[in-house]
Design a protein around this ligand. Structure first.
Ligand code: FAD
Ligand code: FES
Ligand code: FES
Length: 492
């Protein structure tokens, strides 16, 4: 089979119309492209950092195994190049045959908008809710509506009318966006382009989207400037707010298998481009405590776009997934033209944003080994708000009990030093002790004594010390409750 020619443009379908995008426009934030280039001003930009949801659009990108579900994302921080062979539906695409969609009708009927700035984003998130509920034949409950709208802020209407609009949706009247937009003609067109890699050059930027890992390793080895971009939920904020400029960009999106999450008796292998939502869905029954943590991670839009690997590789000391993956003894898989190796996550962070990763290495996945036996898990995220907030302190504790004795202990904490870290002295203290409140109180004091937190915008050092002590007590009470009534605690 001959080499398939690379494209120097993207193909994107917006509200049913396929558009070729090349040059500088491929590097714009999607919201800017929709508003200024395509003249679709329904998509609003307010915060430009993924927080408010005004810029929400609904999208799916064709893969070798077909279309994944359409999902809401924040278009303000997502660069256009991530949407090659994607279908994007904006608020302008919600109406059908000149009639408003069911979501828009219910927003109007229940007075879900005042100034209207948040409304297009609300409509798009609610469209995903309608789409998912119709597909899975489930009712739109208030709990579901609140979850789907977590990433949409409204500053003048108030949420009651918006929630009423959502819970009064008549799904029989909702015309599926997938049926309307993911047509067989679009699928056939995009499938014919699926195997072509992409290289786009603008005045001062270069984009590489290879179709195989060996090509990606070559590209990474050829220039120190090359930066991996996954979901861009960290990088997009830096580009918008810190004016970070990426000159050479490598995206693994078009490589087969990178989005996969696979489970076996040995553990779970999570691909480099697996979204946080895909991981959350996958671990639902296999690891309810990890599911619970991911449930309170960011917003649906961020989790639909952002990857688990991105969270780990960004290496923030308050990255929420890191303590849990550390106590699970997860291993990062790194690869380059020189070969492959695995690094235990526990050994990966060498200092603030200093990693055990060579310049030319790419992370291809993370393996989370299965824990066999009776383990208790608690993962904590302490933040001012439950939803869509950055943590002040994070903590993960895994224990194995033999009778009333702790036979194994694993503890990791974040937000209390320059990196997330395991706490060997606390683990050593716990092992061999009786599972009771006194053991945990002493462990909390020990943990508090061994951390060196700073005071910053999110919390004072003093608060972080106090929270550390209290988390161990909380952990004891929650684990004790779990022992007497497992399902109640694991599936709140
Ligand atoms: C509004 C908002 C809310 C958020 N809430 C939370 C939260 O609650 N908890 C939390 O922990 N985080 C949160 N984040 C941060 C962010 O969403 C996560 O860290 C996310 O997992 C990053 O993934 P990404 O795919 O978007 O990474 P990107 O931004 O694409 O990349 C992040 C880093 O990883 C590197 N990288 C990515 N893939 C690879 C690879 N394969 N090999 C080598 N390097 C790679 C990139 O070069 C970059 O340095 C939030 C962000 C926003 C904007
Ligand atoms: S403009 Fe606020 S999330 Fe995009
Ligand atoms: S209607 Fe004004 S912000 Fe929501």
């Amino acid at each position: 089979m001959g080499q398939i020619a690379k494209r120097n443009h993207l193909l994107i379908n917006v509200n049913g119309e396929t558009i070729k995008v090349s040059g500088e426009e491929a590097f714009l934030p999607l919201a800017q492209f929709l508003r200024n280039t395509l003249h679709k001003p329904g998509t609003k930009v307010v915060c430009a950092e993924g927080d408010c949801g005004a810029c929400t659009v609904v999208t799916a990108t064709l893969r070798q195994d077909g279309w994944p579900p359409l999902r809401a994302i924040n278009s303000c921080i997502a660069p256009v190049y991530l949407f090659d062979l994607s279908c994007i539906v904006t608020v302008e695409g919600m109406k059908h045959a000149e009639s408003l969609s069911e979501v828009q009708n219910k927003m109007r009927e229940f007075h879900g908008g005042q100034c209207g700035f948040c409304t297009p984003g609300m409509v798009c998130s609610m469209a995903q809710l309608a789409e998912d509920c119709k597909e899975s034949k489930q009712e739109v409950t208030e709990k579901k509506a609140r979850n789907y709208l977590t990433g949409n802020l409204c500053r003048c209407t108030g949420y009651e009318p918006i929630l009423k609009a959502a819970t009064n949706l008549d799904l029989n009247k909702w015309e599926s966006l997938a049926a309307r937009y993911l047509t067989s003609a679009l699928t056939a067109h995009f499938q014919s382009e699926l195997h072509a890699g992409i290289e786009i050059t603008s005045e001062n930027k270069k984009l590489y989207m290879p179709t195989t890992l060996p090509e990606a390793f070559q590209i990474k080895a050829a220039s120190k400037q090359v930066r991996l971009v996954a979901g861009a939920t960290d990088l997009g904020v830096l580009i918008n707010k810190a004016k970070t400029s990426l000159q050479e960009i490598l995206v693994l999106n078009k490589i087969s298998g990178v989005h996969a999450v696979n489970g076996s008796a040995h553990g779970i292998l999570i691909g480099a481009m697996a979204s946080l939502t895909d991981v959350e869905n996958f671990v639902k029954s296999a690891h309810p405590e990890l599911k619970r943590l991911l449930h309170i991670f960011a917003s649906p839009q961020i989790k639909n776009q952002g990857t688990l690997l991105g969270n780990i590789l960004n290496g923030s000391p308050i990255g929420d997934s890191i303590p849990a993956l550390m106590v699970l003894d997860a291993e990062i898989q790194l690869q380059s033209v020189r070969g492959a190796r695995t690094v235990k996550l526990n050994d990966y962070y060498k200092g603030y944003k200093v990693f055990d990763k060579a310049e030319d290495e790419i992370a291809t996945g993370i393996f989370v080994p299965a824990l066999k036996g009776n383990y208790l898990h608690r993962y904590f995220k302490v933040s001012l708000r439950k939803d869509l907030d950055i943590s002040a302190v994070t903590c993960a504790i895994v224990l194995k009990l033999e009778g009333t004795n702790i036979s194994e202990a694993r503890v990791a904490m974040g937000g209390v030093g320059p990196t997330v870290t395991r706490m060997p002295s606390v683990e050593a203290h716990l092992v061999g002790k009786t599972f009771n409140e006194m053991t945990f109180t002493t462990a909390g004091s020990l943990a508090s004594g061994s951390i060196k937190p700073i005071s910053d915008l999110r919390a004072s050092a003093e608060y972080r010390h106090l929270v550390t002590e209290n988390l161990f007590k909380k952990c004891f009470h929650e684990m004790q409750a779990e022992l007497s009534s497992p399902m109640e605690v694991l599936c709140p």
